[in-house]
Design a protein. Structure first.
Length: 567
């Protein structure tokens, strides 16, 4: 970047995030030869959620903006919880968001040999030792932030003994949990993470890439920074909970580095959403307990769940841009995410007719058997999307809520003696209706139409106050519609003292409507295609759809009704 004068520098600072300020200043100062290399380091122990999308956009976005590179590196240091299924899903989600790591796909397991050798070097330098104590005792000896820790009785173990024990740990001679390798730093440090942290533990489960080659596995704090160093990462962007880990990150780099190059860790606030659970552990519990239909359940905050619900990569990235990156933890209103998808789909989703709770309307003076096509605009926000033909006949379906026998004042839909326009077609007038003899429910509505009032016709300027969507009964396609809402009915389900977050599950988060009717043009729709059902909301085709039954997921209503209902 060209050198900036003081005024330009101040303007620049106010126009970009603090992370970009750090990167820009590092480039200006010539650190790491002016290079920018970032990384996205997911653990392959679950599916990515929208919180990870914020990190992905930052890691890949900064690399792109500053003409650098971003590596994808899987932090596969715990074979007990990891699975190839998660690796495949993570790669799919990153690509779906529109990012590409090219040939730079790495794994922490790529560096197991180097990490082991580094641990051996630390032992030889008297900076690491094998501790035989159980985990609970080691934890207790660390003290508290206001009280210094107690040194392990094994802290002064001879180097040769530590080397022998560490080698035997890796050969599988000891039980899991019986011994760990710790680094010798400072048991009186005010930073708890500097009090002789554990860097290796015994795990005898096979690894998805290395099999049974290793019986000891590095801890995250040990593997993370060193992997950054091995890959030449310049800016290691982490969420705020790792801020207190940064001194340890730097300490390890100091022991490892041999020249001027060193990665720099920068922390930012994680993404938290109202009415949303972000803990991967708890999301996994929901899946395992059958409280949701899987990781891609459209109520889940996972990227695959949002994708199945009809969210777009553009909407998610727009949302991330809106909330930004700061050093302050906050809970973002999920309504902002819903606003982002409404804005995006408003511009790109075709308008179609879908009737969720059908009520048959028989137009008695329209010729029986006649079918005419009415022309409708696919999207008034984008003329390039063109128009389509929708069949019209003497029997159509409207929404049950669009008819009332005894309407209140200012009810501008269909009722006895009232007129409405069927969108794109004719004005009709209700002349009667038929009720079910047992239930009293209205089964059919009878109307007449005015043939001079077809939209676009000579008399089409006749005014009525109500316009309804509809579907021709003879040509209608059968559909199931799944109305998804927020999975939790508490604004902050993860922040409650009561750890049983399940009590906050929203019992109305899914309603399944059968017997729905949609216009015939949707027979050509593909899985995950998105539409606006006029007057109802945005919907997409679910993978469960079949030739005989289309299944739609509601992405989001046309307006935010949740806030009104829950105030």
């Amino acid at each position: 970047m060209n050198e900036l004068n003081n005024r330009e520098k101040e303007e620049f600072r106010t126009s970009i995030s603090f992370i970009e300020q750090f990167i820009a200043e590092d480039i200006k100062e010539g650190k790491n030869e002016g290079k920018v290399v970032t990384r996205f380091p997911p653990e392959p122990n679950g599916y990515l959620h929208i919180g990870h999308a914020k990190a992905i956009c930052l890691d890949f976005g900064m690399a792109k903006k500053y003409k650098g590179k971003c590596n994808l590196r899987f932090d596969d240091t715990n074979p007990v919880k990891e699975d190839v299924e998660y690796i495949d899903s993570i790669k799919e989600d990153i690509r779906w968001l529109g990012f590409d790591w090219e040939e730079r796909e790495f794994y922490a397991s790529d560096y197991f040999g180097k990490l082991f050798d580094f641990a051996v070097e630390l032992i030889k330098r008297g900076l690491a030792y094998v501790d035989d104590q159980p985990a609970d005792l080691i934890s207790a000896q660390k003290g508290s932030p206001s009280q210094p820790g107690t040194e392990s009785p094994y802290r002064s173990r001879p180097v040769n003994e530590n080397l022998d024990l560490f080698e035997r740990m890796n050969k599988g001679e000891f039980d899991e949990g019986s011994r760990v390798l710790r680094v010798k730093i400072d048991m009186t440090s005010p930073n708890m993470h500097m009090r002789d942290p554990i860097i290796y533990r015994i795990i005898k489960s096979p690894h998805h890439r290395t099999g049974s080659s290793w019986m000891v596995y590095p801890m995250y704090d040990f593997a993370h920074g060193q992997s950054d160093y091995f890959e030449g990462i310049t800016h290691s962007l982490c969420t705020l909970e790792f801020e207190v880990h940064r001194p340890l990150y730097d300490w390890f780099i100091d022991q490892l580095k041999t020249g001027d190059y060193r990665p720099r860790q920068i922390e930012f606030n994680r993404l938290n959403l109202t009415y949303t659970m972000m803990s991967k552990r708890k999301l996994l519990e929901l899946v395992q307990e059958g409280r949701v239909a899987g990781w891609d359940d459209p109520r889940m905050p996972t990227l695959c769940g949002l994708r199945r619900r009809g969210y777009t990569p553009e909407a998610i990235k727009r949302f991330v841009d809106l909330i930004g990156y700061t050093k302050v933890e906050a809970i973002n209103d999920v309504s902002l995410l819903e606003h982002a998808i409404r804005e995006d789909l408003n511009m790109k989703a075709p308008r179609v007719f879908g009737v969720l709770n059908p009520l048959k309307v028989i137009i008695q003076n329209y010729p029986e058997g006649k079918v005419e096509n009415v022309e409708l605009v696919n999207n008034p926000e984008d003329e390039s999307m063109g128009k389509r033909l929708v069949p019209f006949s003497n029997e159509v379906y409207i929404e049950q809520d669009d008819f009332m026998e005894n309407p209140p004042n200012k009810f501008f839909r269909l009722a006895p003696g009232m007129e409405v326009r069927l969108k794109g077609a004719y004005i009709i007038k209700c002349t009667g209706f038929k009720k079910n003899a047992k239930s009293g429910a209205i089964e059919e509505v009878y109307c007449t139409y005015d043939p001079e009032t077809r939209s676009g016709g000579n008399a089409s300027d006749k005014k009525v106050k109500g316009t309804l969507h509809w579907v021709s009964a003879a040509q209608a396609l059968n559909a199931e519609v799944r109305l998804y809402d927020r999975l939790f009915d508490h604004e902050d389900p993860s922040g409650q003292k009561d750890d049983d977050y399940r009590k906050f599950l929203n019992p109305d988060s899914l309603k399944i409507l059968t017997g729905c009717k949609v216009e015939p043009s949707l027979a050509q729709a593909a899985t995950l295609d998105r539409f606006q059902f006029q007057r109802l909301g945005y919907f997409c085709i679910d993978p469960d759809s079949t030739v005989s039954m289309l299944v739609f997921n509601r992405t989001v209503p046309l307006k935010d009704t949740w806030a009104k209902v829950n105030r």
